[in-house]
Design a protein around this ligand. Structure first.
Ligand code: ATP
Length: 202
């Protein structure tokens, strides 16, 4: 599985449709300060379901929609943002019967939004479930933002272990284990209560 392409339309500084194609290997996006390099990374996390405006470096979610540019060659604001991510799934890493999967997220300035998998409207949950076991998607440490490397390097051993566990997918199982242990505790308490009642009735 690898990312094949990313298309932005009306997303942040990308007013016109812009497609980035990712070849196997390393892709570098270079450009002057403020030219939109981080906006490309924001588009990646947004299309994969990011729900926090702050994580997308904005104040509110609508800030991802192209807000217009000033000046003689300026452009008016747009009413919607759309990002599509195409993933090569020829190895079947994503649990879906397609060799190529395109996920799309659209947001309208009036607050409405839409998600699609291969052109079919779906729920955010469908996208999250599709991506969750593949190691990509929200909360997986596949996108390392500016400054984040510093926080990994300066984390204490417990913090660093948490990063590694999350990246390795262990955290999900640790949380499930904690939940199961809490249920087990509650069951033990119930059992003790039943035992008390049985003793009283004897
Ligand atoms: P640096 O190298 O300094 O980190 P960068 O290339 O990563 O810069 P970005 O932070 O991706 O740049 O882009 C910032 C630019 O995007 C700014 O010029 C900002 O005005 C523009 N921008 C952000 N949101 C919008 C929006 N909704 N509409 C129009 N332009 C936007």
């Amino acid at each position: 599985m690898h990312l094949k392409s990313l298309t932005l339309r009306g997303f942040k500084s990308f007013a016109s449709a812009t497609t980035l194609r990712f070849e196997p290997g390393i892709t570098c996006v270079v450009g002057p300060n403020g030219s939109g390099k981080s906006n490309v990374v924001d588009a990646l996390s947004w299309v994969m379901g990011e729900q926090g405006a702050k994580s997308l470096r904005g104040g509110k979610m609508e800030d991802v929609i192209f807000a217009g540019t000033a000046g003689p060659s300026g452009r008016p604001p747009l009413g919607r943002a759309e990002v599509s991510l195409t993933i090569d799934n020829s190895d079947g890493a994503l649990p879906i019967e397609y060799a190529e999967v395109t996920i799309t997220r659209i947001m309208f300035r009036n607050g409405g939004s839409e998600y699609q998998i291969n052109g079919d409207t779906c729920r955010l949950l469908d996208i999250q479930e599709l991506l969750s076991d593949s190691g990509i998607g929200r909360e997986m440490h596949v996108i390392v933002g500016q400054g984040q490397l510093d926080s990994v390097l300066h984390a204490d051993p417990a913090g660093r272990r948490a990063f590694i566990e999350e990246a390795a997918g262990v955290l999900k199982h640790r949380k499930r284990k904690e939940k199961a242990l809490r249920k087990l505790d509650a069951m033990q308490a119930n059992l003790a209560r039943v035992q008390d009642l049985t003793d009283e009735l004897r």
